[in-house]
Design a protein around this ligand. Structure first.
Ligand SMILES: [Fe+2]
Length: 163
């Protein structure tokens, strides 16, 4: 069981322990996603370079906020955040970033895949937080999920219409 620090938060200790575990899991994937946004931002090239370079950084900025929201919720519940690169790399279940080349098409595919996979994990997080009866964590996950769905639209809108 997760070690908890003292807090006056009235959620039951068992609930807080389970939710902190869930938060550290989703945190790992959020940090993973953030590095993938930067990977896309740095490596993309092509005719639409500046649009995608800037779009990918905007996604990164929002994902950075998601990381903070998730990590600070864990602390609020008396948990310890496990957020170093080594910790998150070991824990994240998000697939590795899919683009090895430079083409804008490849990066749009890779980042939309990452956003879709992360979106699915966030929806699972909402259900898990609901089941644990922590409405505030479910609300944080819902807010993040809404943002991820928006960014998925913005990124995959660059794919050809027939796709
Ligand atoms: Fe930059």
């Amino acid at each position: 069981m997760v070690k908890l620090l003292r807090t006056k938060n009235d959620l039951p200790e068992q609930t807080r322990a389970e939710v902190v575990k869930l938060l550290n899991q989703r945190l790992a994937e959020a940090v993973d996603l953030q590095t993938q946004c930067k990977q896309a931002h740095w490596n993309v090239k092509g005719e639409t370079f500046i649009a995608l370079h800037e779009l990918f950084d905007k996604v990164n900025e929002d994902v950075e906020e998601y990381v903070d929201l998730i990590a600070e919720r864990a602390v609020q519940l008396g948990g310890m955040v496990e957020g170093t690169v080594r910790m998150v790399a070991k824990r994240s279940v998000l697939p590795e970033y899919g683009a090895q080349g430079e083409s804008s098409r490849e990066h749009v595919e890779a980042l939309s895949n990452a956003l879709a996979a992360f979106g699915k994990l966030m929806r699972m997080g909402i259900d898990a937080a609901d089941a644990l009866k922590d409405a505030n964590t479910a609300d944080i996950f819902t807010e993040i999920s809404r943002g991820v769905d928006k960014w998925l639209w913005m990124v995959e809108a660059h794919l050809p219409p027939a796709h």
